[in-house]
Ligand binder design. Structure first.
Ligand code: CO
Length: 429
């Protein structure tokens, strides 16, 4: 048998972990190596041929419209609406994370969680009351609030029930990514720093917690530590440049960067400064984390470091073998993402992914890494690290603390199995 040389990959196509993961430099800005890599792309351009004149070039198009809508060809990019038959108003809808890109969630696709439907609030009649342990109780009309100075930040919002038990049970759930992990979205939020408004009311020394109440039929209420309120909480008025949509709290919502979504109370109508948490229904019967041994943690607020590979992801099928961009999202309620690693062999070896700039605090960070699929089976994993040094736990670590029945704060490393047929499924690793 002759000594066949294995063909050495191009300089830019350095393998950095097993099963086809290549160096992230292939996708970094200014890289001269992408062209070399493109030769491996599974979908190559067709040979050049003269273009025909399509129908839409033969007559003028439609007129302008006052409020734009996506192309009709994108009609399948929708929130997945969950709920219980016969129950109106209470439920969730999921952001289709696998069908959008970048880091900003379009307003019409932001996830929803309602406890008693979406109220139809007339802003002219809506008021915000600030009372309790304050020197001067205050009531704000919408007009009065709109005169305050605002801040703008790009930040994620995640339901603490996001990801649920999707990989905790022995049979992992098979569904598109959005239905598994789509109770998280990221927007540019504009609003009034709550510290400004509360300073105006004057907090008494014994005031340590703030009860926030919404104007929905459930009067959804949560207790927030005063420290968080004075740090970076806002009364959000605008989302991605437009006024909040009704399902996201119009005309105003509390927004608590990095905290579990339920606490960013929508349709905000009341803030009461208290000495202690109120122990409302939504922080006792709901939104508590059952641990092994039958006890539960309460008042668990920050959303911890997490990542998911959005593409490829479950229910997709890879086509030809060759070069793929493996991409996904990472986020942490504790600050910035500093590192994301990807494995193609079930966690035996790892490679560092490229992070798309800008990397912002408490925001979505997109990561990507080149992967050469040989056509054999693979298990893709991602794990993120944030600026506090926290890393996502393995499923085994999480189950060791919470068991398989936990409903909240599942930030475990997720695993996607790639079959030799190219079919992608949710697997345990
Ligand atoms: Co919690």
């Amino acid at each position: 048998m002759s000594q066949q040389h294995t063909k050495q990959p191009d300089k830019g196509l350095e393998a950095v972990a097993a099963n086809g993961l290549l160096h992230r430099r292939l996708f970094l800005t200014g890289s001269g190596t992408l062209a070399a890599g493109l030769g491996l792309l599974s979908a190559t351009p067709m040979a050049a041929a003269p273009l025909e004149i399509p129908e839409w070039m033969k007559a003028p198009g439609s007129h302008m419209r006052p409020y734009g809508q996506p192309s009709a060809y994108e009609n399948d990019v929708q929130r997945m609406v969950g709920g219980t038959p016969g129950v109106t108003g209470s439920g969730v809808s999921f952001t289709p994370l696998e069908k959008i890109h970048g880091t900003i969630t379009p307003n019409g696709l932001h996830f929803e969680r309602h406890h008693s439907g979406v109220p139809d609030i007339d802003p002219a009649q809506h008021k915000l009351l600030i009372h309790g342990l304050v020197e001067r109780p205050l009531t704000f009309t919408m007009d009065a609030l709109m005169r305050y100075p605002t801040v703008t930040r790009i930040q994620f919002l995640e339901c603490s029930g996001n990801s649920g038990r999707s990989n905790l049970t022995a049979q992992p759930q098979q569904a598109p990514l959005g239905a598994l992990h789509g109770l998280v979205s990221c927007s540019e939020w504009t609003g009034i720093p709550l510290s400004v408004v509360l300073d105006e009311a004057g907090i008494k020394p014994e005031g340590k917690w703030v009860l926030a109440e919404g104007a929905d039929a459930a009067a959804m209420s949560r207790s927030v530590p005063l420290e968080k309120i004075m740090d970076d909480a806002i009364i959000a008025l605008y989302q991605n440049g437009e006024r909040l949509r009704p399902e996201n709290g119009y005309p105003m919502r509390l927004f608590l960067p990095g905290y579990e979504g339920n606490m960013s109370v929508k349709w905000l109508r009341r803030l009461k400064v208290n000495a202690a948490p109120t122990m409302t229904r939504d922080e006792t019967s709901h939104y508590t984390d059952v641990v092994l041994g039958g006890k539960a943690k309460i008042l668990t607020f920050p959303m911890v470091v997490k990542s998911v590979i959005t593409n490829p992801s479950p229910t997709m099928t890879l086509g030809q073998t060759g070069l793929y961009e493996v991409t996904g999202l990472a986020w942490s309620g504790a600050g910035k993402i500093t590192r994301v690693e990807v494995s193609a062999d079930g966690g035996a070896t790892w490679a560092e992914a490229a992070l798309t700039e800008p990397v912002l605090s408490k925001s979505f960070t997109r990561f990507r890494i080149p992967w050469q699929w040989s056509g054999g089976p693979a298990t893709l994993l991602s794990r993120a690290v944030d600026e506090t040094g926290a890393m996502q736990p393995t499923r085994a670590q999480f189950v060791g603390e919470y068991g398989e029945r936990s409903n909240y704060h599942n930030n475990t490393i997720q695993a996607w199995g790639i079959a030799a047929t190219g079919e992608v499924s949710n697997v345990l690793a």
